[in-house]
Design a protein around this ligand. Structure first.
Ligand code: IMP
Length: 429
């Protein structure tokens, strides 16, 4: 019983969306605390598939959803999602969707800067989603960002946009050789969004605490994954926010005493989208098998995800960094049909075996994964409802993950559908 954080343990795309949907049933509030529309997961709205990037899918279950202060929000995307959901008959209003007045606003120049930086980097590019996430967080930290509360103060907003664009346009034109942005156009466009969004904007920290005191259960929904974290990830091949569980507090304005546990989502193998190191990556037929059977394409950019074996070194990094109290293994069904499965248990470097994740990417590049092998299974497990009914080798795989991480596995997901789930322990129950 209590309030749980759900976090990705790898490089994002672990299947958090499905698990958040599942657990949201037991929560009253669903809260996003970092990132922006670089994230994305599929909702099915009246039989039609729709990828939401900002509105938590808890909205479909009648939950109150919060967009916390730790996010960077593109109002155009948010208004688009609200309009889409409303047109499909979903009840979405300022009653059940709350936006922190402290959340940062993604401006058109952030998107331009994101693309311009990536182009300039050429071969060394990070492979960002191009949504302006990094430049918006940069402005937040530089203290020239625009917050949702500023949208409600038109005169101050106009002044800030004009001042900020003075510098940005200089950079866009003279450094990047790009088109400049007209401040008056941006002002008109964004004051339009402000009018629509004003009733949703609030001090969400205060509202969350009121709910917690009234015994409402909160699900904190992480985006991306632990190894994309700005501090702890494979820097600089990371996103620009803190993706670990500690940021659930900072990014929502709720203190740590109100968090009961942290659930880490582990894909049964590993994927990564965008550039950056990936020690267990498979550039062979087995990697292709995972990619096609797991339909591994990015939800936001449609890019093909890189695939590889499960890596216990990164999992243990996630266990430590997030204080994980339970694990959920997703996409177990995808591994079916492979004769032998491998789990990386350490990295060989300079004749020694390391069991911690190196910070230096040059060291990481020279690391060779040390694998242990486990026998696979060939049965279709997607209809299995109880852990005890899994094939022996699938059970062994799950148990080995528990042994290697010393964290209990609460849920095993065996297919994309809600019913394709084995619940061993429900953290909310
Ligand atoms: P950005 O967040 O758009 O700045 O992208 C930085 C890195 O994070 C890139 O490698 C992206 O592919 C990756 N990334 C950002 N959001 C996600 C996500 O939701 N899933 C997986 N990778 C992501």
């Amino acid at each position: 019983m209590g309030n749980f954080v759900v976090i990705g343990t790898q490089w994002g795309d672990e299947g958090k969306g499905k698990i958040v949907d599942l657990l949201a049933e037991y929560a009253d509030y669903v809260v996003r605390f970092q990132g922006g529309n670089n994230a994305g997961h599929t909702m099915v709205v009246n039989g039609e598939k729709f990828i939401s990037h900002l509105v938590p899918s808890g909205i479909l279950q009648g939950k109150t959803c919060f967009i916390g202060n730790g996010l960077v929000v593109d109002p155009e995307v948010l208004v688009g999602e609200i309009n889409y959901l409303t047109s499909k008959g979903v009840d979405i209003s300022p009653k059940n969707l709350r936006i922190s007045e402290k959340a940062q606003v993604i401006m058109p120049y952030h998107k331009q800067m994101d693309l311009a930086r990536e182009n300039k980097k050429g071969e060394n590019k990070i492979g960002t989603t191009g949504r302006g996430i990094g430049p918006c967080y940069e402005d937040k930290v530089s203290r020239v960002g625009i917050r949702f509360i500023d949208l409600l103060m038109p005169e101050r907003f106009k002044q800030t946009v004009r001042t900020v664009l003075d510098e940005k346009n200089f950079q866009l034109k003279n450094y990047f050789g790009m088109e400049t942005v007209d401040p008056e156009e941006v002002i008109a466009q964004y004051l339009g969004y402000a009018e629509i969004l004003a009733p949703y904007i609030a001090d969400t920290s205060v509202e969350l605490m009121k709910g917690i005191l009234a015994d409402k259960k909160v699900l904190f929904e992480g985006a991306q994954g632990t190894h994309l974290d700005i501090d702890h990830g494979t820097y600089p091949f990371v996103t620009s926010s803190s993706t670990v569980s500690g940021n659930a507090c900072c990014g929502s304005g709720v203190g740590p005493k109100d968090i009961s546990g942290v659930i880490g989502i582990v894909k049964a193998y590993t994927t990564r989208v965008g550039a950056g190191p990936f020690p267990t990556e498979l550039l062979d037929a087995t990697g292709d098998y995972m990619q096609s059977k797991g339909a591994e394409f990015g939800a936001t950019t449609g890019r093909r995800r890189r695939c590889g074996w499960l890596d216990a070194v990164i999992l243990n990094n996630a266990v430590r960094l997030n204080g994980l109290t339970g694990l959920v293994i997703t996409k177990m069904d995808v591994l079916g049909g492979l004769d032998t499965l491998k789990i990386c248990t350490g990295y060989k470097y300079n004749g020694t075996v390391m069991d911690t994740f190196p910070t230096d990417l040059d060291v990481l590049a020279k690391c060779e994964p040390v694998y242990e092998e486990l026998p696979g299974w060939s049965e279709d497990i997607s209809t299995v409802k109880e852990f005890r009914n899994l094939p022996l080798n699938a059970k062994r795989y799950v148990q080995r993950v528990e042994e290697l991480t010393r964290v209990p596995v609460d849920i095993v997901s065996v297919g994309p559908g809600r019913e394709e789930t084995i619940v061993i322990t429900n953290p909310f129950a």
